[in-house]
Design a protein around this ligand. Structure first.
Ligand SMILES: Nc1ncnc2c1ncn2[C@@H]1O[C@H](COP(=O)(O)OP(=O)(O)OP(=O)(O)O)[C@@H](O)[C@H]1O
Ligand SMILES: [Mg+2]
Length: 237
């Protein structure tokens, strides 16, 4: 197993934001994570990438990584994007990605070259010297992914990188993510657009009120009464 999380719990004061959630991820697999607003999806990402305190256990290829801080995880191949992306606005696209590359490369030249390769991969090479503040949303999302890819991840957490894009940009992003999985990266993806989740995911987990309420193939999830209930707020029978 590439990545495995067991019985993850996150508590904010009296609120159980994540309650006993477990998941597994294989190499090259896309795991979709869905659930209504406030379900705990981002908090689960934060827990699994070391950004909030949790209980439970996390393993990367059998190695216990539960208690590693967020800056250690990228070196082992665990990377993420942020739902609200915050690049250094006054730095260039290349400079932003180079900062990430430094976690993997040993000198400035190697970091810069790795950043350039990453920019080519995400289709931003022609924007390398532009300030981030000048990028449109689709390019900001690509930059967010580039910052994660510069860490050479084996496991990649994507938090809503497609929502808000126009249809052509969505289609491009979908193909791009599919390509990342084909290259062997295991991907956990939060996304609200059901069509996107259904077409991209090998498997889907649905959360509501901090708990995993369903898991299965996209087809199974689309017909699961608990999932429909969570989204529709109640089904009369
Ligand atoms: N730092 C925090 N302190 C206190 N409560 C928090 C914190 N972060 C999140 N929460 C609460 O935890 C719950 C889960 O929030 P989370 O952001 O993980 O949901 P989500 O599924 O990502 O929602 P969305 O689809 O809107 O992004 C919510 O009730 C939220 O208010
Ligand atoms: Mg969220």
């Amino acid at each position: 197993m590439l990545f495995e999380a067991n019985q993850i719990n996150v508590q904010f004061g009296g609120v159980k934001a994540v309650h006993n959630v477990s998941l597994t991820l294989q190499r090259g697999e896309i795991l979709g994570l869905i659930g209504p607003n406030g379900a705990g999806k981002t908090t689960l990402f934060n827990a699994l990438t070391g950004f909030v305190a949790k209980t439970g256990q996390v393993q990367l290829e059998g190695r216990d990584i539960t208690n590693l801080p967020p800056f250690e995880l990228p070196r082992l191949g665990v990377a993420r994007t942020f739902q609200v992306e915050r690049p250094f606005e006054d730095l260039t696209v290349l400079e932003n990605v180079t900062i990430s590359s430094f976690l993997r490369q040993t000198n400035a030249k190697a970091a810069r070259n790795a950043a350039l390769t990453t920019l080519e991969r995400v289709g931003l090479l022609d924007r390398a010297n532009q300030k981030c503040s000048e990028l449109n949303l689709a390019r900001r999302r690509r930059l967010e992914i580039a910052k994660a890819l510069a860490l050479e991840p084996r496991v990649l957490f994507l938090d809503e990188v497609i929502a808000g894009l126009n249809p052509p940009a969505q289609a491009e992003m979908i193909e791009f993510i599919r390509g990342l999985a084909k290259s062997g990266i295991g991907i956990v993806m939060v996304e609200h657009i059901m069509k996107v989740i259904m077409s991209l995911s090998d498997r889907v987990i649905c959360m509501a009120f901090g708990e995993k309420i369903a898991e299965g193939t996209p087809q199974q999830i689309a017909q699961d009464p608990a999932v429909l209930d969570a989204y529709l707020g109640g089904i009369d029978d």
